[in-house]
Ligand binder design. Structure first.
Ligand SMILES: Nc1ncnc2c1ncn2[C@@H]1O[C@H](COP(=O)(O)OP(=O)(O)OP(=O)(O)O)[C@@H](O)[C@H]1O
Ligand SMILES: [Mg+2]
Length: 502
């Protein structure tokens, strides 16, 4: 039988080569995972298959027939769909309109039938565990995990024979991911072929029938699942064994209280939250999706209004002067948001500017207010090197960086800004294994300089590896704080569920 998809010699260059001579094969009912470092070319490859980009050379066949989609619509007409890595919902439209954007159900007069739209939306949302969500609600009010689920629901709602999932679980909780895996199994059973991209290697080993590894735009290996371990995958991805000693840093010692938050409320999600962050400390916020972790740090940062709450920095009450992100930044608080696309990066500006923004009113201004151009270039280059941001040059437009490299660019900006408190919301979302330990190392170093880090993460392993203390938020309340050495995963999980109504 002809493979569902076959590619031969796919090649693509922008400023430099991005994909070189990639041959690949997918059978019906197969999950074929694609792994590789940030910038290895995974999304580019999938973009070509889904008709979003055209290759410079190379050929493709779909069930034995030549296949060269001129655009996304043509690919979709052939039954090829992609759920993109970056969120692409239209904020001003409702959930159901987003779900069926390109095929809004029509009645005779050409009017959109609200009832049938809602019905179809309920079905689609049910499959990803969002049956509680109102299909008429605007997308702008959803959290990032919910947005990701809506995108997946949109992909699943259509008939297709080849589905590409580009890092679908990056913003999902373990429970939501499980629900997705169940849907993937159903699609497999129905003979749909799936290309699955993920940086979670344990996920790949569980789901994939075969795994292909891309390195610097080349396919360096394809193996059946049984013939590959996570360590081997990493070695193939980075071309060497990974040194993980960085993640096992020695103990940090906490200094005096740097930030104190008393009785912070921002209804309906944040209720009377109090905590203290010490100098030299990394404090984690654990909890379930929707528990109010992001909302808590947003209210602290002045991004959302607070109803009550007192905020002290180095013992000084700064509550009255902290009502916006601008205030927060002025006071020395930084915020690496979970949603880099809408809140972090200037997508149409070069990497250089995205990094130097941090000091445009500081270090980089000369005596007469003139921009110190050479200093700017040098600083940007230093950060690109330190975080190993993969770009053609610092002049590359940030929006064209790979997903993981965009995340690194936002982090570089905050580290360069030299704030005292750095809030990180899902700092390693979409980051490859090697870069992850590099980011842990940078945050560790930041804390060791006597500053403080607040980390929100859905990945409990990440918090366990990184934090000195972990505070658990459940239904908007900070229910318990655990110290390193005195915690177990079970205790933290049960605290996360403690305020949930059953
Ligand atoms: N329009 C573009 N202009 C210039 N370079 C581009 C463009 N699109 C992609 N690239 C480059 O192609 C390379 C591969 O990017 P791609 O998005 O395919 O990586 P990826 O493997 O999906 O990485 P990640 O894990 O970070 O998502 C990157 O180095 C990126 O900078
Ligand atoms: Mg990608």
């Amino acid at each position: 039988m002809a493979p569902l998809l076959q590619t031969e010699g796919l090649t693509k260059s922008y400023a430099g080569p991005v994909l070189s001579d990639v041959s690949f094969e997918l059978q019906p009912g197969e999950v074929h995972a694609l792994v590789g470092e940030n910038g290895a070319g995974k999304s580019t490859f999938c973009g070509i298959v889904a008709g979003l980009r055209t290759p410079d050379s190379g050929r493709m066949w779909l069930q034995g027939r030549p296949y060269a989609p001129a655009n996304k619509r043509v690919a979709e007409a052939h039954g090829v769909r992609i759920v993109l890595q970056e969120l692409n919902l239209i904020e001003t439209l409702s959930v159901s309109e987003n779900l069926f954007f390109d095929q809004l159900p029509h009645t005779l007069g050409g009017w959109i039938s609200r009832a049938s739209l809602r019905e179809a939306a309920r079905n689609a949302l049910g499959r990803v565990g969002l049956s509680e969500l109102d299909p008429d609600a605007p997308v702008s009010g959803l959290g990032i995990g919910q947005k990701q689920l809506v995108e997946i629901a949109a992909g699943l709602a259509r008939q297709c024979r080849l589905l590409i999932l580009d890092e679908p679980t990056a913003a999902l909780t373990p429970a939501d991911a499980e629900r997705l895996f169940l849907q993937i199994q159903k699609l497999k059973d129905a003979g749909v072929g799936i290309i699955y991209i993920s940086h979670h290697l344990e996920e790949v080993l569980r789901l994939a029938d075969r795994v292909s590894v891309l390195r610097d735009g080349r396919r360096v290996a394809t193996r059946p699942r049984g013939e590959l371990t996570a360590d081997e995958m990493i070695r193939l991805m980075v071309g060497r064994a990974l040194d993980d000693t960085a993640a096992r840093a020695e103990k940090r010692s906490a200094g005096p209280v740097l930030l104190e938050v008393q009785n912070l409320s921002a209804p309906p999600r944040v209720r009377e939250v109090s905590f203290a962050l010490h100098r030299g400390e990394i404090l984690g916020f654990a909890g379930l999706m929707g528990a109010g972790r992001t909302e808590t740090v947003r209210a602290l940062f002045g991004a959302d209004p607070r109803q009550t709450g007192k905020i002290l920095l180095d013992g000084r009450d700064v509550t009255a002067g902290l009502h916006s992100p601008t205030d927060a930044v002025r006071l020395g608080i930084g915020f690496l948001t979970e949603d880099r696309k809408s809140q972090g990066l200037l997508l149409d500006k070069p990497v250089r500017l995205n990094i130097s923004l941090a000091q445009l009113n500081g270090d980089l201004r000369g005596p007469a207010g003139a921009l110190r151009r050479q200093r700017e270039v040098a600083a940007a280059q230093t950060w690109v090197d330190r975080l190993a941001i993969r770009c053609a040059s610092i002049e590359q437009i940030a929006g064209s960086l790979s997903g993981g490299n965009q995340q690194k660019a936002v982090l570089a900006r905050w580290l360069y800004r030299n704030c005292q408190v750095l809030i990180c919301d899902e700092p390693t979302r979409g980051i490859d294994v090697g870069a992850k330990s590099e980011i842990y190392r940078l945050l560790d170093q930041f804390a060791r300089e006597g500053k403080g880090v607040l980390v929100v993460s859905s990945d409990l392993k990440e918090l366990l590896a990184l934090c000195d203390r972990i505070a658990v938020i459940s239904a908007g309340r900070l229910v318990e704080t655990f110290e390193r050495g005195k915690w177990t995963e079970d205790q933290i999980m049960s605290a996360a569920f403690s305020e949930m109504k059953v």
